[in-house]
Design a protein around this ligand. Structure first.
Ligand SMILES: [Zn+2]
Ligand SMILES: [Zn+2]
Length: 446
């Protein structure tokens, strides 16, 4: 057996020793094995209905110019959200579990921040509002947070909703306050999103909440986050109990994205509600299973998302076992980074994804062509205050590369980058251009 090896520019024929042949054989067997294993796993997920079709990206074509479903012309997006709550989510459980979760969460968050920074992967931290506090005090009436409304019903424990709140401070009870961890997340070179998981981890179900409770919980989060310059745009419903019946209130508070659980659909394009809040379908939550390798599941879902232009979304609890982050999460993050570096996946936080989808809907293009240039006027009704600044990516089929691309906005004119793309027009050449939402006109000079 000979293998052609590359050595700089020269290629040499190398004799392969018998032991290496055996190794190569077992490597091929291993590859075959893992491919078969994934195919088998995929058919199991399909049988379970996990790969059912979701919403498709609406077509946005204007005079032959497409606004691509995802930024940069990526085939799919990948979003990661963390339900960041320390002790607040586990009040209905025993003291031991709360303590264990607390210790693990405080150990895991700095590790996660480092890992995500190494791979430049921003995520959405759906944070319980109370964690922003450094301290709190019991009111004169003996209740914690007496000014906050209480849920109309609570089947998880008896007594006051804030019964477990120690009403002390970060130093004394670090599982109930976490401004230090939040600062650590915000100090990262990777710009993460701070989202909300309500102020006190309420259950948004019809019988355990009211519109007034939802409004006050979110207003409290907005109030606490504002001094840090953090707008509240993304919400994850605690206990994964959907609160879509409050989308009008949620929208009125300028929230633009909620995580959505659907028993059937795991891969979908984000779905816009009538109130302009995007439902982002969860694809999977991080865990370890004895029956298969969880990394394989992530690979299958990511590949499927790319095939159908869907948004992949994985979520986790930072208080989960550390080994889960060192193995499964680490491997998934590295794989997502590889796909992102190849331009196949766009890594977006929840609010970035909502902003892009909204801009895509609210932008119209007016295309005019002549022999030497293509002019694209951008008409937009996008609300940048609510959704935040974003780009839209245009894909233009072209037979030759342009001399330059110019962007105009008011009196300003500047050169704008483009990249060649082979995915868009069959066999032909096309350009991908990220255009800021503030642009009024784009000119491609041929
Ligand atoms: Zn408190
Ligand atoms: Zn939670």
């Amino acid at each position: 057996m000979t293998v052609r090896a590359s050595n700089g520019c020269a290629r040499a024929e190398v004799k392969v020793p018998a032991a290496v042949k055996t190794l190569l054989g077992s490597r091929i067997n291993l590859l075959m094995h893992s491919t078969l294993k994934r195919l088998f796993l995929k058919s199991i997920f399909a049988l379970k209905g996990n790969l059912a079709s979701g919403v498709e990206p609406p077509a946005r074509q204007f005079g032959g110019v497409e606004i691509t479903p995802f930024r940069g012309g990526a085939s799919a997006s990948a979003t990661i959200s963390a339900d960041f709550e320390i002790a607040w989510a586990f009040r209905g459980r025993g003291v031991e579990e709360r303590a264990l979760r607390g210790v693990r969460c405080r150990r895991n968050v700095p590790y996660l921040v480092r890992l995500l920074e190494e791979r430049s992967i921003p995520i959405t931290w759906a944070t319980v509002g109370h964690l922003f506090l450094t301290s709190c005090e019991r009111g004169a009436c003996g209740l914690a947070h007496a000014e906050m409304p209480r849920p109309p019903k609570n089947w998880r424990w008896k007594g006051d909703w804030y019964r477990h709140d120690p009403c002390t401070n970060l130093k004394k009870d670090p599982h109930w306050y976490a401004p230090d961890l939040i600062q650590g997340i915000l100090a990262s070179k990777t710009r993460h999103e701070m989202g909300s998981h309500s102020f006190s981890h309420i259950d948004f179900s019809q019988d355990t909440s009211t519109g007034e409770l939802v409004r006050r919980e979110l207003e409290e989060c907005i109030k606490i986050m504002a001094p840090l310059g953090l707008p509240l745009r993304s919400l994850v419903y605690p206990f994964n109990n959907m609160g879509h019946h409050y989308l009008d209130i949620i929208a009125s508070l300028q929230v633009t994205a909620v995580r959505h659980r659907d028993a059937r659909v795991r891969l979908s394009y984000p779905e816009r509600s009538a109130d302009g809040v995007f439902k982002l379908y969860e694809s999977m939550n991080l865990r370890r299973t004895n029956s298969y390798d969880y990394f394989d599941k992530a690979m299958i879902f990511l590949e499927e998302a790319m095939k159908r232009h869907a948004a992949f979304h994985i979520w986790f609890h930072p208080s989960d076992p550390t080994e889960l982050f060192e193995k499964e999460f680490h491997d998934i993050i590295c794989y997502i980074a590889t796909l992102r570096n190849r331009g196949e996946i766009w890594v977006a936080t929840m609010s970035e994804l909502a902003a892009y989808c909204e801009a895509r809907q609210k932008v119209k293009l007016h295309v005019s062509r002549n022999a030497n240039s293509i002019k694209i006027r951008v008409e937009s009704s996008y609300d940048a205050v609510r959704f935040g600044n974003t780009d839209v990516t245009l894909r233009l089929p072209l037979s030759r590369l342009p001399k330059k691309c110019l962007m105009r906005s008011g009196l300003e004119e500047k050169l704008i980058d483009w990249k060649a793309d082979t995915k868009g027009s069959r066999g032909g050449r096309s350009l991908l251009i990220n255009v800021p939402i503030t642009a009024e006109e784009l000119e491609v000079v041929l």
